[in-house]
Design a protein around this ligand. Structure first.
Ligand SMILES: Nc1ncnc2c1ncn2[C@@H]1O[C@H](COP(=O)(O)OP(=O)(O)OP(=O)(O)O)[C@@H](O)[C@H]1O
Ligand SMILES: [Mg+2]
Length: 350
């Protein structure tokens, strides 16, 4: 639904150049919630502003719903009609809501429809329908100053949906909200994604946001995407920073002579008694050093760090057994083999 290829943005000001995005290839599938995470200054906002052409990329292309936006003329207030129309089908939600304080909630939601030249009756019917959808039917006549932060963001989301977009972009939509309100806004985005089949690209610096709603994620560092994939693919990628951050497991080895393994369970393997089978079948003492089960992007995922007696070469058979059960097994520690046999290394965007 959204594809960027070789996307680069260089800001030039006062004789200085800043490469904010550096050759980003992103692929967001239709109907998914895709999270881009990274530290401050990584280029996340620049990326999202290039996706809807609020910012014109220095090079590379952006395709949304099959249309190459970079081929359309104009920029900023001088965008061509084609570009303005294409942009109206991309909703945008902002960190600080960007509501007009002199207008009522309903009039804020109607704003994009006014710009599209829709009749008064149409606009008001659509705005009321959207306010109902985001749970604010009773606030149509209120002013932004009379709303809580969470309610303001609901208005921001309703306004973003006014043009019946297929794609919703969100730049730190929950960063200004408390944890509970954050959760309710994320739930709303998830519901909209499911009910309307909306594709959501969201930018965040909070791993919890990715964990709560995203089907896929990308990690940005200094303008580049250093890891990307579905949550399942990331968890199945040995050494993935995102997987480790999404799903941390700790625990130190008891001594130098054991083999420490990180095991990831997803899908049907989550419910099976694999560890007790391992202990029984091979008559090994399994020590559990750390474990967690959680829901990531709507799927149950478990991770466990275990220790088996003996070095790596003593444990080839038990490890083979775990992999046969459909588990992801990663070696932890210094003498771990670089790429253990049978490990499926999924493609990681570089
Ligand atoms: N309009 C601009 N002119 C010049 N430099 C800019 C401009 N916008 C962003 N930059 C620079 O581009 C880099 C990436 O900025 P960007 O705002 O995309 O980061 P970010 O990942 O969104 O950060 P944050 O998490 O703090 O919002 C930064 O070094 C920033 O200073
Ligand atoms: Mg930003």
């Amino acid at each position: 639904m959204i594809t960027t290829s070789g996307l680069t943005k260089i800001y030039r000001s006062g004789g200085r150049e800043v490469t904010a995005i550096d050759g980003v290839d992103l692929h967001v599938r239709e109907g998914e919630v895709y999270g881009v995470i990274g530290q401050s200054g990584a280029g996340k906002s620049s990326l999202i502003r290039c996706v809807n052409l609020l910012e014109r990329p220095t090079s590379g292309t952006v395709t949304v719903d099959g249309q190459d936006l970079t081929a359309l003329a104009g920029r900023g207030p001088r965008a061509s009609r084609e570009l303005r129309e294409a942009r109206s089908r991309i909703g945008m939600v902002f960190q600080h809501f960007n509501l007009l304080s002199s207008r009522t909630v309903q009039d804020n939601v109607e704003l994009p429809l006014e710009i599209l030249g829709r009749s008064g009756r149409d606009r008001s019917a659509k705005a009321l329908e959207l306010l109902d959808l985001v749970g604010l039917a009773d606030k149509a006549k209120a002013y932004p100053a009379q709303l809580s932060g969470g309610q303001k963001q609901r208005v921001g989301i309703a306004r973003a949906l006014a043009g019946d977009p297929k794609v919703l972009l969100s730049d730190e939509a929950t960063s200004a909200l408390d944890p509970e309100t954050t959760r309710s806004i994320l739930e709303l985005l998830r519901d909209l994604n499911r009910q309307l089949g909306l594709t959501v690209l969201l930018i965040t610096h909070e791993m919890d946001v990715v964990k709560t709603v995203c089907d896929s994620a990308a990690l940005m560092e200094r303008g580049r995407v250093v890891e990307s994939g579905t949550v399942g693919e990331l968890l199945a990628t040995p050494g993935s920073q995102l997987a480790a951050a999404l799903f941390p497991v700790g625990g130190d080895a008891s001594g130098p002579d054991g083999t420490v393994l990180d095991i990831t369970f997803h899908g049907e393997s989550t419910g099976r008694p694999v560890i007790s089978q391992l202990a029984r079948t091979y008559n090994v003492d399994v020590s559990i050093l750390g474990a967690a089960v959680d829901t990531v992007g709507g799927a149950q995922i478990g991770r466990m760090r275990i220790e088996l007696p003996g070095r790596y070469h003593d444990n080839v058979v038990p490890v083979g057994f775990l992999r046969e059960q459909g588990l992801q097994v990663e070696f932890v520690g210094q003498d771990a083999p670089a790429a253990p046999a049978g490990t499926e290394v999924k493609e990681v965007a570089k």
